[in-house]
Write a protein that binds this ligand. Structure first.
Ligand code: TXA
Ligand code: MG
Length: 329
């Protein structure tokens, strides 16, 4: 096992205090964390991920009090969202308080805040005592990590065992990244789908959610994202056989995988990557399944998205991006 891995929260908090990087579990995916108030440490996140410097990083905070520490002019509807959904898989983008978190914000005048619910993330926040800047713990453009072993596969090479740690808290429960809501305008705007749905945001705020304008997309919303090496092709349950036949004819000898809910049965000669029973189960196994496709050196993954309800729309969103993404950098 890698010397980077620990289950000791105090050791991980000490690494953060010393300017090190700590990958840690959240309920969504693993994050690659640094002390949000230490610019040099935050800088190292970008280097480790190979991430463009202008891409903002989410600050992980312990509670709603952080809204007034890091943000200005917080609208009431954002307070309502935090009160209802924190701790949990919801990120709020707010006007950044001048002079704070500029590096983590990638120079933006806004800041993304989220209070995670994972008990290990909460213990780390409590032991550390400050905000933790953390993007997902994967190389830029690649599939997010939902276990400590995935983090090792993604980042062990670029982390330093003398300063950095991977805090192992087991597999993530939700499996896809948080819902991101831009709260800088008169109404909430959805920047990324996640387990917290548009309907929930509308119910909590009593406002209608605007769709992102597509002019200033967040990096996690780039078309070529969440992409495995294998080509991902989408279909519905009824189209699986025709698609497999077409792929077989087009690429004789290609190795094929199938990712779909269990109502879609196994097909002979096709590697079954996962057979979740519902959208929640699909979200939980999605990234592990895409990684398994690469581990098995599959050429093409045929994926049938789950029903478009609850977290299902976030899964479908990530699959569409994986399908469009060629080998993202
Ligand atoms: O569930 C999650 O959100 C995970 C866990 C670790 O918390 N984090 C995560 O971080 O997915 P990352 O960096 O991979 O994706 C965060 C997305 C990026 O697309 C980033 O551009 C956007 O959030 N974002 C962060 N701060 C922002 C801001 N101030 N304005 C607009 N977008 C922002
Ligand atoms: Mg990410």
């Amino acid at each position: 096992m890698s010397a980077l891995i620990t289950t000791d929260v105090a050791e991980a908090a000490a690494a953060l205090r010393n300017g090190g990087l700590v990958a840690f579990p959240t309920e969504t995916v693993y994050g690659l964390g640094a002390d949000a108030s230490n610019d040099a440490a935050v800088e190292r996140i970008y280097t480790a991920k190979g991430r463009p410097v202008v891409h903002p990083v989410i600050l992980h905070v312990s509670d709603v009090a952080a809204l007034d520490t890091w943000a200005d002019h917080v609208p009431d509807y954002a307070r309502d969202l935090a009160a209802s959904h924190w701790p949990g898989p919801l990120t709020l983008v707010l006007e950044r308080r001048a002079g704070l978190g500029e590096r983590a914000a990638g120079g933006s005048s806004t800041i993304g805040l989220r209070s995670p619910s994972h008990p290990v993330a909460r213990a780390l926040l409590a032991a550390f005592g400050g905000a933790i800047a953390a993007p997902s713990a994967n190389r830029f453009g690649r599939v997010s990590a939902t276990t400590a072993a995935h983090v090792v596969a993604e980042l062990a090479e670029v982390l330093d065992p003398s300063t950095d740690r991977i805090l192992d808290g087991g597999p993530c429960d939700v499996g896809v990244e948080s819902t991101i809501v831009d709260c800088t305008g008169p109404n909430p705007r959805l920047l990324r789908s996640g387990q917290v749905t548009v309907e929930q945001v509308e119910t909590t705020t009593g406002r209608s959610v605007e769709a992102a304008d597509g002019v200033t997309p967040a990096p996690g919303t780039l078309a070529a994202h969440y992409a495995p090496e294998a080509r991902v092709v989408l279909t519905d349950g009824a189209g699986v056989d025709d698609l497999l036949a077409a792929l077989g004819a087009e690429h004789p000898g290609a190795t094929l995988g199938l990712l779909a809910c269990d109502v879609v049965t196994d097909r002979p000669g096709v590697v079954r990557l996962a057979a979740p029973v519902d959208a929640d189960g699909y979200a939980r196994v999605l990234y592990a399944a895409l990684r398994a496709a690469d581990d098995a050196a599959l050429d093409v993954v045929v994926a049938v998205p789950p029903p478009d309800e609850g977290v299902g729309s976030a899964v479908a969103d990530r699959l569409r991006r994986a399908a469009r993404g060629t080998m993202a950098s």
